[in-house]
Design a protein around this ligand. Structure first.
Ligand code: SF4
Length: 481
């Protein structure tokens, strides 16, 4: 066998977000105090380590092949190590970061380094990625990556690796954390119990990328992973599944087995958990501190318009109160600007938050992700505000830009009402009140609320900038194809 092949897996930073929120139009900041405050807060947020490691790269770097050594470069924290020799670089491409990913890939290839592109954007839009890569990996890479690494050792790499079926997650694939620098992150204890979603919300790409069938890992594998992870990092666990309660019998067995390990954990669930009483108690007993629930909308017409049908609007309030009464804090994510929303919707959201005492509200603007059905529909209806083929238009910005025209609300009025809503929800006083009232994880709830108070301030700043730009340049017009 020849020399060891060095493989580097790269994760790119987003434009803005929990890894260092900033205004997209910060160059327009005339106010020196605001700019200084903004910069200081960003540094603080970065140092507060909200960041979590890239799980997909953890999974790939855990695949062992004789003659290959893999490591991770998380570019949120470090520069690309160009001074070292790499036999292959794999870049994870998300649509919001595609331009950056392509620029890096082009630079590396010009230096003779073999570049592999994979990830959601590559899976959905392989043609646009092809000119920037030596190799494309389409779909979930768990099995493909091993094949690719073996081909690397025998100098027989193929230009394309794709699988027509989803990997069987019941096969044991231990995830290792050896490639991570622990103290960069909020926690390194990321666990995925399965993939896939039975639902078809039209703004979401999970079911497109991971399929409609729930695939689960073996419970024994997860218990042993949690035990092993806890040995090297005693911080909180994050179960990254989109709905940790999607298969209640599985979740019940898993979290009963995890209870003796005495971990503390965060996760994501549907509000149906409020009706799954045995599971809810088990979650609370097993150390669940907080859950993110995708409320999305409390308007029946909006839920129907976007195929958000898995739970009823009328049951949301009781479900949230029940989960909080079990001692679990809730982050509730809303989308304002859906097709059934009107200018009455913000008042209803405010009432809902007040009534349920939701611990961290997230108020998002609908983001038409390329590849989703809502993107296609808005495109057909002439409601997109950007060229659908422009990969630079879609950024991870926490709703700081309008990318489409709402159905029932004029754009200017929408931006004003969205800004007024976030201004009312996120004040210092309400952030502190919510932090103190949270059933668990009070300091995390407080920190998130304070962070959001800042983030939505940036959001209003950027939306106002868009509006001003529109009134002078008339730039916010639906894109004409
Ligand atoms: S939003 Fe949640 S429930 Fe809807 S399709 Fe996506 S993952 Fe499934």
């Amino acid at each position: 066998m020849g020399s060891i092949k060095k493989v580097l897996l790269v994760f790119l930073p987003s434009e803005s977000g929990v890894d260092g929120a900033r205004s997209l139009y910060s160059e327009k900041d005339k106010n020196i105090i605001f700019s200084w405050f903004n910069r200081s807060l960003r540094t603080f947020i970065k140092q507060s380590q909200f960041a979590i490691p890239p799980l997909s790269l953890m999974i790939l770097s855990s695949i062992e092949v004789d003659g290959v050594e893999q490591s991770i470069c998380d570019m949120r924290f470090e520069e690309f190590p160009l001074n070292r020799q790499w036999d292959l670089v794999g870049i994870s491409v998300q649509t919001g970061m595609a331009k950056k990913a392509f620029a890096l890939a082009d630079t590396l290839r010009s230096r003779g380094i073999t570049v592999v592109l994979g990830g959601a954007h590559v899976t959905l839009f392989p043609e646009s990625c092809e000119p920037h890569a030596d190799v494309l990996v389409l779909g979930e890479a768990d099995d493909l990556w091993k094949e690719l690494l073996i081909d690397l050792t025998t100098a027989s790499l193929k230009p394309l690796y794709r699988s027509d079926t989803f990997p069987d997650l019941a096969i044991s694939r231990p995830v290792m954390k050896t490639s991570l620098v622990n103290n960069r992150y909020f926690t390194t204890n990321l666990i995925q119990t399965g993939r896939g979603c039975q639902h078809s919300c039209d703004f979401c790409n999970v079911h497109l990328l991971n399929g409609h069938t729930l695939r689960r890992r073996a419970i024994a594998d997860i218990v042993s992973e949690v035990t092993r992870f806890k040995g090297s990092d005693r911080r909180i666990f994050f179960f990254v599944d989109d709905s940790i309660n999607a298969d209640p019998a599985y979740a019940l067995e898993l979290f009963r087995k995890l209870t003796p390990l005495k971990i503390r954990w965060f996760g994501q669930s549907t509000t149906t958990l409020g009706q799954q009483h045995e599971l809810l108690e088990t979650f609370a007993r097993s150390g669940c501190m907080a859950l993110l629930v995708g409320i999305e909308s409390i308007e029946v017409t909006s839920r129907n318009a976007h195929k958000k049908n898995q739970n009823k609007a009328s049951e949301l309030s009781l479900a949230i109160k029940t989960i909080r009464s079990a001692g679990i804090s809730l982050y509730g994510s809303f989308i304002y600007g859906l097709d059934g929303d009107t200018l009455e919707t913000p008042a209803a959201i405010l009432d809902f938050i007040g009534d349920t005492r939701l611990d961290v509200p997230g108020i998002n603007i609908l983001r038409p992700i390329p590849g989703t059905r809502v993107f296609q529909r808005l495109r057909e209806e002439g409601r997109l505000l950007f060229d659908p083929l422009d990969i630079t238009a879609f950024r991870y910005t926490f709703g700081q830009e309008m990318l489409y025209t709402p159905k029932n609300i004029p754009l200017d009025a929408f931006i004003e009402s969205y800004s007024a809503l976030t201004r009312q929800i996120f004040t210092m006083k309400s952030s502190i009140t919510r932090g103190l009232a949270a059933p668990r994880a009070k300091s995390a709830v407080l920190l998130f609320n304070l962070f959001y108070t800042h983030l939505y301030n940036l959001s209003r700043h950027d939306l106002r900038y868009q509006l001003e730009k529109n009134s002078t340049e008339k730039t916010i017009l639906p894109y004409a194809e």
